[in-house]
Design a protein around this ligand. Sequence first.
Ligand SMILES: CC(C)(COP(=O)(O)OP(=O)(O)OC[C@H]1O[C@@H](n2cnc3c(N)ncnc32)[C@H](O)[C@@H]1OP(=O)(O)O)[C@@H](O)C(=O)NCCC(=O)NCCS
Length: 266
Amino acid sequence: MSESVIDIVAAPDHLGIPRWHAVTSPGSVAGVADLRPVMPFEYELPPQTAPQPGTLELNLYVQPQWRRRGIGSRLLAAVGAHAVGQRLIVETAPDSAAQSFCERHGFRRTGSGSHDLLSYCDVHHAWLGELVDVEHPGYRLRHWTGDPCGATSVEQLLRHPSGPGAAVVSAAEADGGVAAYVVAMTGALPQVRARQYGPAVLVGDRGQRLGLWVNAALLTRLREIHPHVEEIETRTADGDSDLVALRRHLGFRPLGRRLRYELTLP
Ligand SMILES: CC(C)(COP(=O)(O)OP(=O)(O)OC[C@H]1O[C@@H](n2cnc3c(N)ncnc32)[C@H](O)[C@@H]1OP(=O)(O)O)[C@@H](O)C(=O)NCCC(=O)NCCS
């Protein structure tokens, strides 16, 4: 089929996540793009790498047999028309088609790290339970589920009642507010895989294993709420040795390198 008859069609999902399909014939999709909000992690990341509020994560995928025909570029153009003036983040493997694609389209490289994966089948649930049960005097665990719907901080999310949705948050609260938190997002493809952001621990609350506590709590909670989730992926920025150690301790395995690219749309 000629590229000229491929249509780029807006196909937002049931949660309102903006999504576009490259449709080759009725019911046949050659490529997909979607945009998801990035949770801000001001406690975890140095300011120069922390995503700005309103930053969107771009997921772009073209079926292998349809690549190098301009479909990815057309999907990106549809994204650009929708998200005027916003900042996009993309994660790619080094020396990949996606890296060449990003550089061709003017994305700027802003960081690197490892792509890590944890499979529930590798985790002892009783051990997780023991981690969750450890007392942390002065702190209490809180959980939240729902859809972020434009919230720019975990504090904002926790002010809303929990409900059905793609996000699961576990937080350690003290009298002064949230001290540590970690977020998982479900609903990406493949459905059995969730994506984790954090844990992030407030500077003044570090050194008390709160990150491990909230992460163990999240792993337990996520499986209760979304039993179809079998694995969790995350990215660990280079140089963050504490986070690397925590994730290895919990059983996250490195899958490969990841480069982060950003583009501010005109
Ligand atoms: C990255 C991806 C979406 C590109 O889709 P695509 O439809 O093949 O992209 P386009 O045809 O629009 O390519 C535009 C330009 O990107 C560059 N590019 C794309 N694939 C490339 C490759 N394999 N090698 C070198 N350059 C490449 C080229 O400059 C290309 O222009 P050209 O064909 O005129 O030389 C696709 O390879 C893919 O789905 N990869 C797996 C998913 C992924 O890694 N996504 C990460 C998010 S970007």
